[in-house]
Design a protein around this ligand. Structure first.
Ligand code: ADP
Length: 331
């Protein structure tokens, strides 16, 4: 197995930047503040991933864009400001005057278990490729180097948008661009399991790297084992397949071989929010820095294991682990 094959074999010429875009939805998050009041945050799977991507790509040649739609309300305004502070580019964020961001509330029961109530069915993000400027955005995306989407991105987009996006992915890939897909299957967002399966298969067939949580694969496709998922996805032509399995080692299928990379031991899990999202952000950042799939999986485990030892999905910057201590030599 050629373990070191970089995702983009030819480095860009001096002064040339590369662009990646995550497509999805970031919502307003409301929850208790522990003192009888409320506190506001924001979250969404693709947002969590792109924050970590932006942090870990830092001053590299990569420009990290978020492609979504927001309203023109003060919430939207503040969220965009925060994204920019994280180094995320917002030129391709549409602003839709009569729509607002989705919102969810986190309930915490007496034993500390979380449950969620959502108001997202009419959110701005669903119109991301349906507003008057959408065709220009899709055109722009054709010349991107990488597009990151998740199962949740696909669930919230209307069918007309999915069709446009599939065509964009084809054009982008024809120019050498890569598509990365994270399965994140949420049954409530789909009208039926069959619809979800159909759409997943359509997009998996256009993808270069699949970052899959085993539990979600089992829920959607009834997959009997991780090996079964690897075989099914490889038969769709996906070059690089990663299977995330909680505390168990993740599996990486790459160049016809399969690696098993142990997770970091964690004695006290505080909150598993964004475990998979942060893994994906770190894995991808490592690949874009030219690291091997094996080392990228180590980056994924390192960040995810740190995230689950803190409350919330986005770590305060001071807790970001130092990935550079994970050299190729420690493979
Ligand atoms: P998701 O958050 O999508 O359900 P997983 O549960 O598979 O995904 O977790 C994603 C990653 O988070 C794992 O590959 C691992 O790196 C890390 N992780 C999750 N749970 C644990 C755990 N109990 N101990 C150590 N690492 C964990």
């Amino acid at each position: 197995m050629n373990q070191n094959a970089p995702l983009f074999p030819n480095p860009p010429s001096i002064g040339v930047t590369r662009r990646l875009a995550a497509i999805g939805e970031c919502m307003i998050e409301i929850g208790g503040n522990g003192k009888g009041g409320l506190q506001q945050g924001m979250a969404g799977d693709t947002y969590n991933t792109i924050v970590y991507l932006a942090r870990l790509l830092g001053s590299s040649r990569w420009r990290v864009h978020y492609v979504t739609a927001m309203g023109e309300d003060p919430f939207s305004e503040r969220m965009l400001h925060q994204w920019q502070l994280e180094g995320i580019r917002c030129e391709l964020v549409a602003r839709i005057p009569d729509k607002n961001p989705g919102l969810y509330y986190i309930h915490l029961n007496e034993s500390g278990e979380r449950s969620f109530t959502y108001w997202r069915n009419d959110s701005a993000a669903r119109q991301c490729f349906e507003h008057p400027g959408a065709d220009a955005t899709l055109k722009e995306l054709e010349s991107f180097d990488l597009i990151y989407i998740s199962g949740i991105s696909l669930a919230i987009l209307p069918e007309t948008s999915r069709i446009k996006l599939l065509a964009t992915l084809d054009k982008m890939r024809a120019k050498g661009g890569k598509v990365v897909f994270d399965n994140n299957y949420r049954p409530n967002l789909w009208s039926s399991v069959d619809e979800a399966k159909r759409v997943y298969n359509q997009f998996l067939a256009k993808c270069d790297i699949a970052l899959l949580t085993l539990e979600d694969e089992q829920l959607l496709f009834n997959s009997p084992s991780a090996e079964h998922v690897l075989v099914r996805c490889a038969s769709l032509g996906i070059d690089e397949i990663v299977i995330k399995r909680g505390a168990e080692p993740c599996l990486v299928r790459f160049d016809h071989g399969v690696l098993s990379i142990p997770a970091e031991p964690v004695t006290k899990v505080v909150d598993t929010t964004a475990a998979g999202d942060s893994f994906s952000g770190a894995y991808l950042a490592a690949r874009l820095h030219g690291k091997s799939p094996r080392l990228a999986a180590k980056w994924g485990h390192k960040l995810a294991s740190t995230v689950i030892q803190h409350r919330g999905g986005i770590l305060a910057r001071k807790y970001m682990p130092d990935m550079l201590t994970l050299g190729e030599a420690t493979n």
